[in-house]
Every structure is written in structure tokens, then in C-alpha cells.
Design a protein around this ligand. Structure first.
Ligand code: GGG
Length: 354
């Protein structure tokens, strides 16, 4: 009997709702085209969940996710909390708890460059052409989960950057294994000239590297890596880094791909895989129908490939995105002065075109 694949749809907040609808639409199309049975169940997280239950990650949502084969997630966030530093409950807490509860410690962020968007990038096409980078961002450690607080009557604040040997080991193995299937190059990014947690990071990465003698390992400080990424993106293959540095560096790398709206990601670890665009909830454009759904659609492709082992189906999605771009269609964020107005699509029509 053919398997029924259970997919939790977790739209979250802001444009997360709009783009995830298009990602789901593409999964439905793939199911029909290839004769698969995908069963979808929606769950809440973030501000939407706080409004409904007071909790950014209700137990019911977590239970649904744990019972599914994969999760397609949108984004969390709301400006209300950005302007209130004293808020005790915040949408992002739902995201962090979800990553921790599901053991999603490895965030894969491929910087997929479509030839059609070379001109849309802030970097010169000749510098960009041929770039192909895969980031491994550690997701359940670092300053995100270390002790934090206030002292001196609230006048001093602290966050603790903390890593344990096993946390670095497990993500390093994932990065080295991926490098073996690519150009056999790993760049580990840290700040070991200043930070003790980075010195442990470097020490452990060097130890893990001994098990992969065919892979060339290079270390860079985060500041130098940020500069090199723009200067010479072709020099990068697999990048291995911590939670905070990975968050910042991959937002920067999105400019290589032309827009934040183009970058998909996969979070994997101990249990079910989670797939999401790297962008946030973008309340400035929420409800306007202009959000780029391609990162969600490409996240759906990662879901098919990594969680379901459906390589052909995943490639079909990527090819459909490629053809849509080749035909000249763009959302606002990836359009340029030469894009005819009729080719600038909204979120829904871009999803439909793909
Ligand atoms: N889809 C990604 C998303 O929702 N990002 C919002 C966010 O708060 N992310 C925290 C982080 O990953 O650093």
C-alpha cells in the first residue's frame, strides 16, 4: 500500500500566511502529478498562537508536528513586540522552543543562484556567476539559549554565548558529510580571537575534520567571512557556523541570490524535518499581496528531497521556478527597471505560474 505523507502546515505570522499558502499549493500539484498522497494539517505558532491561546507554541501544535512526516513553516514575528522590550511572551519564543523540542539542531541554507536573477543582485554578475554555497547554521545552542537577564536594577543586561562539545560535533559531521558530496571544502566561521565558546568550536571542528581527510578545512573569523562573502562568493562551498553568526551571514548571503524572498531552508536533527523561508514575517508588506512566495516554494522542494527522498519531484519544483523566472515573471523584490509592469506578479499569481 502507498504511504500517506503527513505534512503540518505552520503559516505563523505576517507574510508567513501568504507565502505558505503558495508552498502548499505546489505540494498539492506535485502530489497530483506524481500520484502521491499528502495529508495536510494546519497548526498555529507565534503571534497568531499568542492571540488565540496566550502561548507562542501551544502543546496541540507541537503534538501535530511530532505526529507528522514533515513541516512547512512560514515565519513568526509582530511589530507590537519589537516596540515593547519588556514583553514577557514573544512570537520568537515559539520558534526557539519548537527547534529545541523537535531537536532541530542543523539549519541548511542553500544559496541557490538563478541565472535569470544575476542582474537583480547587488553584486556584479561576473563576481557572482558560478557561486554555489551551502550554509550549516547550528540552531539549538549559542547566545539564543544561554543564560540571560538583567542586574543592577535593570541597568545591566547579559546574554551568554555557550556551546558544548557534542553540539559542535554533531553539526560539524553534517557539514563535512555534505562537503563530501560537493567540492570537498568546509569553511568554519567563528570569532576565536575573542570568544572562548568560539575557541571550543574551532577545537572540535579540527577534531571532526580528521575523520574527513579528503575535505579541505579553512577557518575564518565572522568579520572576515562577512567581507569575503561579498568580495568573492565563488570561494565558498560549505560554510559551518553557529546560531547567531549563521543568522547574520545568511541574511547577507541572500543578496547574492537577489532577495531574501528567494532563500529556502531546511532544519533537521533528531526527529521530523522543518522547512521554511529564511525571511521573517515582514509586517511592512503583510496583506498587500506582494510577498515573494519562491522561498516557500523552494522550501517545499527541500521538504520533498530531504524528508521524503523525492529527488525527481524536488527537481521538478526547482525547474518550474527556473522556467517561471526565465519567462520573465517577477515579484516586486526581484524586478528591475527592465521588467515590464505586466510581468510583475503578486504572491498568488507567482504561485500559480510556478
Ligand atoms: N522564517 C524565519 C523566521 O520566521 N524568522 C524570524 C525569527 O525571529 N527568527 C529568529 C532566528 O532564526 O534567528
Amino acid at each position: 500500500m502507498k504511504k500517506t505523507y503527513k505534512i503540518t502546515i505552520l503559516p505563523g505570522d505576517g507574510i508567513g500566511q501568504e507565502v505558505t499558502r503558495e508552498g502548499k499549493k505546489v505540494l498539492e500539484k506535485i502530489a497530483a502529478k506524481f500520484g502521491h498522497t499528502f495529508e495536510f494539517d494546519e497548526a498555529t505558532i507565534g503571534h497568531a498562537a499568542i492571540e488565540a491561546t496566550g502561548n507562542p507554541l501551544p502543546d496541540e501544535s507541537l503534538a501535530k508536528m511530532k505526529a507528522s512526516d514533515a513541516i512547512l513553516f512560514g515565519a513568526v514575528g509582530h511589530p507590537k513586540y519589537d516596540n515593547d522590550p519588556t514583553a514577557k511572551v514573544r512570537p520568537e519564543q515559539g520558534l526557539l522552543r519548537m527547534r529545541k523540542e523537535l531537536g532541530l539542531y542543523a539549519n541548511l541554507r542553500p544559496i541557490k543562484l538563478f541565472d535569470e536573477l544575476l542582474e537583480a543582485s547587488s553584486i556584479k554578475p561576473e563576481v557572482l556567476r558560478g557561486s554555489d554555497i551551502l550554509f550549516f547554521r547550528e540552531l539549538t545552542g549559542d547566545v539564543y539559549f544561554g543564560e540571560r537577564g538583567r542586574k543592577d536594577n535593570g541597568d545591566t543586561a547579559y546574554d551568554t554565548m555557550i556551546y558544548s562539545r557534542y553540539e559542535v560535533e554533531r553539526i560539524a559531521h553534517k557539514a563535512f558529510k555534505a562537503a563530501m558530496t560537493r567540492k570537498k571544502k568546509v569553511m568554519s566561521v567563528d570569532k576565536s580571537n575573542v570568544l572562548e565558546s568560539s575557541r571550543l568550536w574551532k577545537e572540535v571542528v579540527n577534531e571532526v575534520a580528521k575523520q574527513y581527510p579528503e575535505v579541505t578545512l579553512e577557518h575564518q573569523f565572522i568579520d572576515a567571512a562577512a567581507m569575503l562573502l561579498i568580495k568573492n562568493p565563488k570561494a565558498f562551498d560549505v560554510v559551518l557556523t553557529g546560531n547567531l553568526f549563521g543568522d547574520i551571514l545568511t541574511d547577507e548571503a541572500s543578496q547574492i541570490a537577489g532577495s531574501m524572498g528567494m532563500l529556502a531552508s531546511a532544519s533537521v536533527g533528531d526527529t521530523v524535518g522543518l522547512y521554511e523561508p529564511i525571511h521573517g514575517s515582514a509586517h511592512d508588506i503583510t496583506g498587500k499581496g506582494v510577498a515573494n512566495p519562491l522561498a516557500s516554494i523552494l522550501s517545499a522542494a527541500l521538504l520533498l528531497d530531504i524528508s521524503f527522498g523525492m529527488k525527481e519531484e524536488a527537481d521538478t519544483v526547482i525547474k518550474a521556478v527556473e522556467q517561471t523566472l526565465k519567462a520573465g515573471f517577477r515579484t516586486r523584490d526581484i524586478a528591475d527597471a527592465n521588467t515590464p509592469a505586466a510581468n510583475i506578479l503578486n504572491t498568488e499569481t507567482m504561485g500559480a505560474k510556478v
